[in-house]
Design a protein around this ligand. Sequence first.
Ligand SMILES: NC(=O)c1ccc[n+]([C@@H]2O[C@H](COP(=O)([O-])OP(=O)(O)OC[C@H]3O[C@@H](n4cnc5c(N)ncnc54)[C@H](OP(=O)(O)O)[C@@H]3O)[C@@H](O)[C@H]2O)c1
Length: 249
Amino acid sequence: MFSGKTLLITGGSRGIGKKICFEFAKRGCNIIFTYVRSSSESKKIESELLKFGVNVISKKLNLNSNDDIKKFVENIKNLDIKIDFLINNAASGVMKNSIETTEKHWDWTMQINAKGPWILSKSISKLMPSKSRIINISSPGSTKVLNNYFSIGVSKAALESITRYMAFDLASKGINVNSISASMIETDAIKHFPNQDEIEKIISRENPKKQKLLAEDIAKAAVMLCSEESEMIIGQNILVDGGDTLLLS
Ligand SMILES: NC(=O)c1ccc[n+]([C@@H]2O[C@H](COP(=O)([O-])OP(=O)(O)OC[C@H]3O[C@@H](n4cnc5c(N)ncnc54)[C@H](OP(=O)(O)O)[C@@H]3O)[C@@H](O)[C@H]2O)c1
């Protein structure tokens, strides 16, 4: 399905990003994925992905540094390949409420989750051919309140807005920009929440589909948005949650 195409994804070393790498490689897509700390794990993932007969590169990228993003983009340019799909998946953030969050926490989270993906997207878009895709990974915390999710929720709201503006600016170049909003999934990310009881309650509550949401469900939605059939889907935030956010509580 994606034979000869190339996916560039941030944060492919764990969780949802890792699953996305496998779903795309399985379909013949070459993979460039980034990590920031997990270098030995990334080497293992690289060799597993190579078994699908695709080209795989893992590279370190810290979205908290604009210099790092600039150098990373130069490296990608030097590879002299076209990037068909860019998925801004990596995220981080400080788990505090809106009163305890400091300006430093705000700047840190906004840089990694919103400004970094925007800078990366505008640079990489210059290396993207027509019929390519940019997908930003967001969360329902952009519009709803989750305890201690303040700076991340705000950064995801910014990311969804960036999605709409970039979708408008890139549509005529044949680059579709959309976001996927994932409900809660058991990955390393949610282990860092201080309110584990509340998280456990959300994770274990039954969604209307009566099926646990998995990282691979997000990966499959990304495959769908990168398929030719999604040509007219532009600037949308696609909720993937088994109907969870339809519930009042
Ligand atoms: N899990 C959920 O319930 C959930 C729900 C909604 C949305 N999401 C979104 O889905 C995406 C993936 O989440 P996840 O749960 O899979 O997270 P995760 O398991 O914590 O993985 C985070 C990934 O981002 C990378 N990363 C962290 N800080 C970075 C930085 N400063 N610069 C560049 N890369 C960095 C990590 O690299 P290293 O491995 O090298 O540290 C890792 O690959 C995020 O955008 C998250 O907000 C997750």
